[in-house]
Design a protein around this ligand. Structure first.
Ligand code: UPG
Length: 382
């Protein structure tokens, strides 16, 4: 079977990093079509995955867009749809990995008569999407997708609650190569020195800078922690959240935390930076669909404290392989951080168990096998 994978982003978000692992076994029988150029294209090329940037014109619709901009964007994407229809005829299945890829993929599936698989990386609810976008997504999925792969039970549940067809959806978690998260202890000492955090208790936050990822919650919690607790914020605004970045900087200055909070921007050495932390915080204020960072922290042997909602609840067992706190509650988050600083809980034990647990549950080979089995049985039933 030959696959045409579609993804709207040239940037490296969680959906793109997940797709990279999924496409590897299909390197000889697929094409990844992107709707923007960027680092994702380069990473696919480095991994010898056939990739083509299908348009250089940005699609000006986001998760909160209303009906007007959704309709206006249709004109914009007509040449792209035409190109995807042509391409799809050379492949057996269209696999859409993002919401804009779903829109284009659904229309292309209709004209090329190729089945559509949709990888759902989102919680389809009004907390994340405008009413229009939600309605468009549900209509397209229910009418065009033959299979939906949800990244967590939480994403599946939200899909069904939003009116999605329960007979077409299966849960498959993101997969990870555990060896990629083993870091030389010497490198860890070096990076802690470089960052000037040698003698600090370091809490790391690893996400694009975006209001719903809740970096501000960690900053608010930091005020309630002792001086030797420092924060590193790893990630950048990927999708135009520049105002939020400014707000974060202003907040850090207003609270006099400049020496205790470091903005490191987007980095490609996540395992090293995570290994340099004492604790990893995951502070999304809306339910996180899956939460790659949580699993990655576990694979680095680090305790993780995560907001208790969405997919995070499926990944973290409170007190066993991490901690769960009420979302949007800096006070509770500070309490957990302070317990870890005071060694009231053993973050080493939690990190040790987390690594063991995550390397078994999220093994990339097993996960890829699950996806391949789904795609195979789906092809047989077609
Ligand atoms: N990351 C970097 N460099 C940085 C910051 C982050 O490589 O500077 C990585 C990070 O290690 C992680 C990824 O970026 O692997 C971000 O993952 P996540 O926050 O989970 O992804 P989202 O971009 O929010 O993507 C969506 C869902 C998320 C789900 C993911 C995969 O929101 O819940 O885990 O898709 O299904």
């Amino acid at each position: 079977m030959k696959f045409l994978f579609l993804d709207q982003s040239g940037k490296l978000g969680g959906a793109e990093l997940c797709l990279l692992d999924i496409v590897k076994p299909y390197a000889n029988s697929c094409l990844v079509g992107l709707f923007a150029d960027g680092d994702f294209r380069k990473l696919l090329e480095t991994n010898h995955i056939p990739v083509e940037v299908l348009t250089t014109q940005g699609i000006k619709v986001n998760k909160q867009s209303g009906l007007f901009s959704a309709l206006a964007s249709l004109g914009q994407i007509t040449p792209l749809i035409y190109r995807v229809v042509q391409l799809a005829r050379k492949y057996d299945v269209i696999y859409a990995n993002t919401q804009k890829a779903l829109v284009v993929g659904a229309i292309a599936s209709l004209f090329s008569r190729r089945p559509l698989v949709y990888h759902l990386h989102d919680i389809l609810s009004l907390e994340h999407f405008s009413k229009t976008n939600l309605r468009v997504a549900m209509t397209l999925i229910n009418n065009f997708a033959s299979l939906v792969i949800a990244n967590s039970q939480a994403s599946k549940t939200a899909f069904i609650e939003a009116g999605g067809n329960p007979n077409i959806i299966e849960v498959v978690y993101n997969g990870f190569e555990a060896d990629n998260y083993q870091v030389d202890e010497f490198e860890v000492i070096k990076i802690r020195e470089e960052l000037g955090i040698n003698d600090k208790f370091v809490v790391g936050h690893f996400s694009r800078l975006s209001p719903w990822k809740g970096q501000h919650i960690l900053i608010d919690a930091l005020v309630k922690c002792p001086e030797n607790v420092n924060v590193i914020l790893v990630g950048d605004a990927l999708f135009g959240e520049d105002e939020y970045v400014q707000e974060l900087h202003q907040k850090v200055s207003a609270l006099g935390l400049e020496k205790r909070v470091k903005f490191l921007g987007f980095r490609d050495d996540i395992p090293l930076l995570m290994s340099a932390c004492n604790l990893v915080a995951h502070t999304s204020i809306a339910p996180e669909p899956f939460g790659r960072v949580i699993v990655e922290a576990m694979l680095c042997g680090k305790a993780v404290v995560a907001a208790k909602a969405g997919g995070a609840v499926e990944l973290v067992e409170d007190g066993m392989n991490g901690f769960l706190v009420t979302p949007n509650n800096p006070q509770e988050l500070a309490q957990v951080i302070n317990n870890c600083v005071d060694e009231k809980v053993s973050i080493l034990d939690i990190g040790f168990y987390g690594r063991l647990d995550a390397s078994q549950r999220f093994n990339v080979n097993n996960i890829n096998q699950q996806i391949q089995n789904l795609l195979k049985s789906f092809a047989i039933n077609k």
